[in-house]
Design a protein. Structure first.
Length: 378
C-alpha cells in the first residue's frame, strides 16, 4: 500500500507546516526539470498526491482511517494535482504557496536583466616535468561569443527586437491551474517569447537570432610549478558570453599529468629506485643518480639494506603556495643479486662464502656429483 507519509518523509503526527516544508524540499529534488532519472516524473506525481491528501484535513482523516482505497470510496479525486501535467517549479510554488517556495522565486526575474555566461571546462595533457616546474602553454577551445553582426541583439542590422505583445515585456503571463486548493491564478513563462520579453521579427543571419556565435579561440595560459594530476586552472572571462550585457563565464582548465617512466610522485616528494651490487651494499659507494635538477652524486653508506632509502632534501616538487620550497627526492635502494658470474667473480664469491660460513663451498660440486650419479646408474 502506498504510504503518503513515507513519500513526504514525515511522521503520522506531522503538522501542516511540516507537511508543507517536506513537500517543498522533496519537490526541489524530484521535479523532472531537475531530476533526470527515468522514474522522476512518476515519483513527482506521487509526491503531489501525498501532499494534496495530507494538506487537506478531510482527506487526511479519511486516508488515516481507510487508506487510499477509502479516499476513492468516499468520492475523493485521487488522481493528484499533476495528473494532467505540471509546470516548472516556479509555477508550482507560486500556485501552492504564493511564490514562497524557497527558491527565491517570490518575484519573477526581469527578462532584460544581465545574465552571466556559462562556465566551460577544458581537459589538457602536460608532461611530468612541465607539471613540476610550470610552463606556459597555448590552448585551443570553443566558446560562445557575442555576434559582431548584431552586437548581441539577435536582430538583423537596421532592425531591433520589439516588446512581446503577449506579456508586454515581462516574460511571463497569468494562467489558471487546478491545485489542491482549487483553481488558482498562477504566473507562467510567456509561451510567445519564451520568457525573453521581446521578439525578433528579422533575425540576424550570422547568429540565427541567438545573439551569440560559436568560435574557436587560442590563448596562452601559465601553468604554475607544482601542479598535480586533475589540478584546475581558472581562466577568468573565457567561458561563454553573457546575456543582456552580463559578464562572460570562466574557463576551467583541468590538467592530466603524464606519468614519468623514472620518477614516481607522492604529494611533493618523488621516488626513484637505485639498483646496487652486493659489494656496493657491503662496502658503500658514491653513485650518480638522476634527479629533477639533473645528475647528482649521493653516498651509499656501507651495510645498506634493500628497501633502505636515501633522502635528497629540496629536490622534490615545489609547493604551489610556496614555490621556493620543495619536497624531497627519496632514493629507494635495491640490492641486486647477479645472475651471471665470470670465473673470477665466481672464485671471489666462493672465497667470500668460505670466509663468512667457515667452510668450503661445495654447492656446485655436489650438484655435479648428483648429475653424474644419475647417468652412471642409467
Amino acid at each position: 500500500m502506498t504510504d503518503y507519509y513515507e513519500i513526504l518523509g514525515v511522521s503520522k503526527d506531522a503538522s501542516k507546516d511540516e507537511i508543507k516544508s517536506a513537500f517543498r524540499k522533496k519537490a526541489r529534488t524530484l521535479h523532472p526539470d531537475v531530476n533526470k532519472a527515468p522514474d522522476a516524473e512518476e515519483k513527482f506525481k506521487e509526491l503531489g498526491k501525498a501532499y494534496e491528501t495530507l494538506s487537506d484535513d478531510n482527506k487526511r482523516a479519511t486516508y488515516d482511517r481507510y487508506g487510499e482505497d477509502g479516499l476513492k470510496n468516499a468520492g475523493f479525486d485521487t488522481g493528484g494535482p499533476f495528473a494532467g501535467g505540471f509546470g516548472d517549479l516556479n509555477d508550482i510554488f507560486n500556485s501552492f504557496f504564493g511564490g514562497m517556495g524557497g527558491f527565491g522565486f517570490g518575484g519573477r526575474p526581469d527578462p532584460n536583466a544581465p545574465i552571466e555566461g556559462d562556465d566551460l571546462r577544458l581537459d589538457i595533457e602536460v608532461d611530468f616535468e612541465q607539471a613540476v616546474f610550470g610552463c606556459e602553454k597555448e590552448i585551443k577551445f570553443d566558446h560562445l561569443e557575442l555576434c559582431t553582426s548584431c552586437n548581441g541583439t539577435g536582430a538583423e542590422k537596421g532592425s531591433q527586437p520589439v516588446i512581446c505583445p503577449t506579456c508586454h515585456g515581462t516574460g511571463h503571463v497569468q494562467q489558471v491551474m487546478r491545485t489542491p486548493l482549487g483553481s488558482i491564478s498562477q504566473v507562467v513563462t510567456c509561451p510567445d517569447c519564451r520568457g525573453a520579453g521581446k521578439k525578433i521579427s528579422n533575425p540576424c543571419k550570422a547568429c540565427g537570432g541567438h545573439g551569440k556565435v560559436q568560435k574557436e579561440k587560442k590563448i596562452k595560459i601559465k601553468i604554475p610549478a607544482g601542479v598535480d594530476n586533475m589540478s584546475k586552472i581558472r581562466v577568468s572571462g573565457e567561458g561563454d558570453a553573457g546575456t543582456n550585457g552580463g559578464p562572460a563565464g570562466d574557463l576551467y582548465v583541468v590538467l592530466h599529468v603524464k606519468p614519468s617512466n623514472y620518477f614516481k610522485r607522492e604529494g611533493n616528494d618523488v621516488y626513484t629506485r637505485l639498483d646496487i651490487t652486493p659489494a656496493q651494499a657491503a662496502l658503500g659507494d658514491n653513485v650518480i643518480v638522476k634527479t629533477l635538477d639533473g645528475d647528482k652524486e649521493i653516498v651509499v653508506q656501507a651495510g645498506v639494506q634493500s628497501g633502505n632509502s636515501i633522502r635528497i632534501k629540496g629536490a622534490g616538487v615545489p609547493y604551489i603556495s610556496r614555490p621556493s620550497q620543495r619536497g624531497e627526492h627519496i632514493v629507494v635502494v635495491a640490492v641486486k643479486t647477479p645472475t651471471k658470474l665470470s670465473d673470477e667473480e665466481r672464485n671471489l664469491y666462493k672465497k667470500l662464502y668460505e670466509i663468512q660460513n667457515h667452510k668450503k663451498s661445495e654447492h656446485q660440486s655436489s650438484i655435479m656429483d648428483k648429475v653424474k650419479g644419475v647417468f652412471n646408474n642409467a
